[in-house]
Design a protein around this ligand. Structure first.
Ligand code: BDP
Length: 599
């Protein structure tokens, strides 16, 4: 990690300007931009908001589906102050970016869902305007995560061919901050907690790039100082600690300061922290030492027109809906979300399973389809691309854990979604990534990964790497749907009997189960795609899950209908939502609300 990924703040030591707004943009299908020096000024550009997913803003199909290089440009003014470092921080550019300041390359980044920061102090003009150009590329391949390929059409057009079931939204999709931070600054911090009776110890470590001492002070919600510690690492003792609990989220403010000889602040970073512990004990998941059953959703960052852009009002609506159904958890399927989601979950007392974009690790246009059609494997993890894929996966994992490790809401990290796990090379691929994540996480949270339909006991090679076994299962939908629902129940029970042997001392959760349901469709008796069938599907699945005590969570698929690529398997998108794409309930929402009130 070259630069600190700390979220930007403003105080007496730090400042930032948000560069969000209307930028210039231009597609570059022939990859001529750099040769034609577009980094010195973008000719014939149109305007484009930043942040935004560009696809659904257009009316022309070839623009919506554009795949390849594209350029952005904006200008910013910087005052004469040379006493700070100037850092440009991108919260998410999908999937890769080259950044230029005044025509000079400032850096590059691979991976569309985690932030990167570039020190541009030596490239900027002080007391003048500066040109910021970004070349973005949204192609998928077998070394990128998520995985996919690119299809070149007969007229030369390229479109994305994802190996996954969500739309390849791209662009500068998250905010851009121009930060000014002290030359000697706080780069990062770790926290972890131990509880004893009513007290708590917060073990912290601060990383700085200088030798001046650090002071850590803890304030409660009323601004009262409750603990103080000097040093880059230490333990803050909190008497009568207020714990961070589900839907009762108490946040403290932990303020780190680098101080000079006279006691003045060189840098200051305020962190919001929630005191809580997470562990797996036998086949239970414990939060603050008490058993917790996970209820909630797999989600997407997805909405009409705006695609993957974070819209505070929409996120507010989503949290209200999740609370209304008595949910307590969601998985950031299938990529780390915008940082505001985690900040909101911290405040609301929601639990997050934070997932790295390791999805599509199987050669198929929609991975579930290949697996559903007999579980064929494509020897994905034996290809020459694997070392580079693993390096990218490792980087994304590192950036996600560094970015999210101090959020109380994050209770587990998910290292994959539905890869082929049925042969040894898959295990060899994932083992070092699990080891790496364990080493990296100061809180040693449980690790997991969502297992595909054919990853069953005896065949699967990766469940043993997981602290929590997580299954994506579609009994009653892809497998034996409609009139075959009773057979689906039997098959489901048969599989669960096998997991029972493995999960004597390991919890198992469902990270996906669901049925496509068209919001306008009712039918008595039910048929697949009707609201009635979605309810029957869930009732059957819950009946099975409730009979196995090692099942410690149920995250339904999906919170809301979402956009996918076109195809005969999808009716303008995936319709497994409990809510429609514009956030109104289907009938199943009422079923979940009732169940989760009691569960
Ligand atoms: C699983 C995937 C998920 C899909 C889902 C589905 O993990 O991304 O959207 O199935 O088919 O294969 O709805």
């Amino acid at each position: 990690m070259e630069q600190s990924l700390l979220y930007p703040v403003r105080n007496d030591a730090r400042d930032y300007t948000l560069l969000d707004g209307m930028w210039k943009m231009r597609f570059d299908p022939e990859v001529l931009g750099e040769k034609n020096e577009w980094q010195n000024g973008l000719p014939d550009a149109f305007s484009m908001p930043v942040p935004a997913s560009f696809a659904d803003l257009f009316t022309e199909k070839e623009k919506r589906e554009y795949c390849g290089d594209f350029w952005y440009e904006t200008k910013f003014f910087l005052d004469e102050d040379r006493s700070t470092r100037v850092i440009l921080r991108f919260s998410g550019v999908t999937h890769r970016a080259d950044v230029y300041i005044n025509g000079v390359k400032a850096g590059s980044h691979e991976g569309g869902f985690t932030p990167f920061a570039l020190d541009i102090s030596d490239l900027v003009n002080y007391g003048a305007r500066n040109l910021l150009s970004v070349r973005v590329n949204n192609e998928l391949n077998e070394t990128s995560i998520p995985c996919g390929s690119v299809k070149t059409h007969m007229d030369g057009r390229k479109t994305a061919a994802p190996y996954f079931d969500f739309y390849n939204y791209s662009g500068i999709q998250r905010s851009v901050h121009l930060m000014r931070i002290p030359k000697e600054s706080i780069r990062d911090y770790d926290t972890s907690f131990t509880l004893e009776n009513n007290d708590a110890d917060i073990t912290y470590r601060v990383y700085t790039d200088g030798e001046h001492p650090v002071i850590a002070e803890l304030f409660d919600r009323d601004g009262q100082k409750v603990a103080l510690c000097e040093g880059k690492s230490g333990v803050l003792h909190v008497q009568n600690a207020r714990l961070w609990e589900v839907r009762d989220a108490y946040l403290y403010s932990l303020v780190f300061r680098i101080v000079d000889e006279a006691g003045n602040n060189i840098d200051k970073y305020p962190a919001k922290i929630g005191i809580r512990t997470v562990e797996v004990k036998g086949n239970k998941i414990l939060l603050n030492g008490k058993e917790i059953y996970l209820k909630g959703y797999g989600r997407h960052e997805d909405f009409e027109v705006v695609g993957r852009q974070f819209i505070p009002a929409l996120a507010k609506r989503d949290f209200e809906l999740m609370k209304w159904t008595n949910a307590n958890c969601f998985r950031t399927s299938h990529y780390p979300y915008d940082e505001h989601w985690y900040q909101m979950a911290d405040e609301e007392g929601f639990l997050i399973i934070d997932e790295v974009p390791a999805v599509g690790m199987m050669r198929s246009l929609m991975n579930f389809a290949a697996a559903g059609a007999g579980g064929k494997d494509t020897r994905f993890f034996t290809a020459d691309t694997v070392p580079q894929l693993q390096a990218n996966h490792r980087n994304a994992l590192e950036e996600m854990i560094i970015r999210d490790k101090n959020h109380p809401s994050v209770i587990a990290f998910s290292i994959f979604n539905e890869p082929e796990t049925t042969y040894k090379e898959a295990h060899d691929y994932f083992k070092p990534l699990f080891d790496f994540a364990r080493e990296l996480d100061p809180q040693k949270r449980p690790l997991t990964g969502a297992l595909l339909v054919n990853s069953t006991p005896g065949k699967d090679t990766c469940a043993e790497l997981c602290d929590i076994v997580a299954l994506n299962r579609y009994y009653g939908w892809y497998i034996m749907g409609g009139p075959d629902l009773p057979e689906a129940e039997m098959a489901f029970r048969k599989e669960m009997d096998q997991w029972a042997l493995i999960c004597k001392d390991k919890p198992l959760i469902f990270t996906e189960f669901g049925a496509d349901t068209y919001a306008a469709e009712h039918k008595l008796p039910s048929v697949m795609w009707s609201q009635e069938y979605q309810n029957e599907y869930y009732e059957m699945n819950f009946r099975v899950m409730d009979d196995y005590d090692f099942v410690q969570g149920e995250l339904v698929w999906n919170f809301a209908d979402f956009q996918t690529t076109e195809g005969i398997m999808r009716l303008n998108g995936n319709k497994k939502g409990i809510f429609t794409r514009n956030r109104q309930p289907k009938d199943a929402a009422f079923l979940l609300k009732k169940r989760w009130e009691q569960k």
